[in-house]
Design a protein around this ligand. Sequence first.
Ligand code: SF4
Length: 62
Amino acid sequence: MKFTVNQDLCIGCEACEGICPEIFEVPNDVSKVKLNPVPETLQANALAAEEGCPVSAISHEQ
Ligand code: SF4
């Protein structure tokens, strides 16, 4: 499963990093994905981060 952050939508709130710091980090006011594809053991957490993004900037594909 591969995750993407829409850089134009992200507001740098750091919610994704708070939920799943293994995959998301927000170094310069924009979130980036640290590891793609996301290992199976972290997928549920990454999906929770996607769900928790207030501006729906995170998406994924299989
Ligand atoms: S939760 Fe969404 S808006 Fe907030 S930093 Fe992460 S990708 Fe950006």
